[in-house]
Ligand binder design. Structure first.
Ligand code: ITT
Length: 192
């Protein structure tokens, strides 16, 4: 069975991706290869960061791997927080701090349109491949639901009555940015 390291420090992402990928491929976590460092993400685009995270692991451990970088882009805020989604309220701040900052920035805005963008970077035998997933939706005024992570309680995908945090991970994965990007990656692996 093909094995890939998933280059992430985010345990929520590992849970989601394990469920998407099923049993056809084996996912190895960073601790299994003895990587305890924070992986740098210093690029100013989502694709740049995804590639930087995967490259860091590939160059150091010479093992096939992939990384995901995700941003929430809000139309009325000119695409912010975007590539800064993890540290929108400042370095080391919590998901809750980031949500409160976003709700504050949007409090007088009637345009609540937003989208999640994920780029997954895959490196196999030193070759790089990128897969993108997008979900459009809106930022609601108050948090709803307890599942998921990050901005899930305030993001309602289009054509849905529920936020991502009101869905179980199977429901979220079916339509989400990360789910779509990972489906493309899985198709690629199956065809190659
Ligand atoms: P790694 O870089 O270690 O993978 P991270 O948490 O830093 O983990 P990202 O830079 O890709 O991940 O994500 C930026 C932030 O965007 C993340 O901290 C969350 O707040 C938010 N985010 C990412 N995916 C999300 C999702 O599916 N639902 C809600 N928020 C999400």
């Amino acid at each position: 069975m093909d094995k890939f390291v998933f280059a992430t420090n985010n345990l929520h992402k590992i849970e989601e991706i394990q469920q998407i990928i099923g049993t056809e491929f084996e996912i190895i976590g960073l601790e299994e290869i003895g990587c305890k460092e924070e992986i740098p993400e210093t690029q100013n685009t989502i694709a740049g960061n995804a590639l930087q995270k995967a490259r860091f692991i590939y160059d150091k451990y010479q093992i096939n791997c992939f990384a995901d970088d995700t941003g929430l882009e809000v139309e009325a805020l000119n695409g912010e927080p975007g590539v800064y989604s993890a540290r929108y309220a400042g370095p080391g701040r919590s998901f809750e701090d980031n949500i409160q900052k976003l709700l504050f920035e949007l409090k007088d805005k009637s345009n609540r349109k937003a989208r999640f963008l994920t780029v997954v970077a895959l490196i196999i035998d030193n070759k790089e491949y990128l897969f993108e997933g997008i979900i459009n939706g809106e930022i609601i005024h108050d948090k709803k639901g307890n599942s998921g992570f990050g901005y899930d309680p305030i993001f309602k995908p289009e054509n849905s009555d529920f936020t991502f945090a009101e869905m179980n991970s199977e429901e979220k994965n079916k339509i989400s940015h990360r789910g779509k990007a990972m489906q493309k990656l899985i198709q690629f692996l199956k065809n190659s």
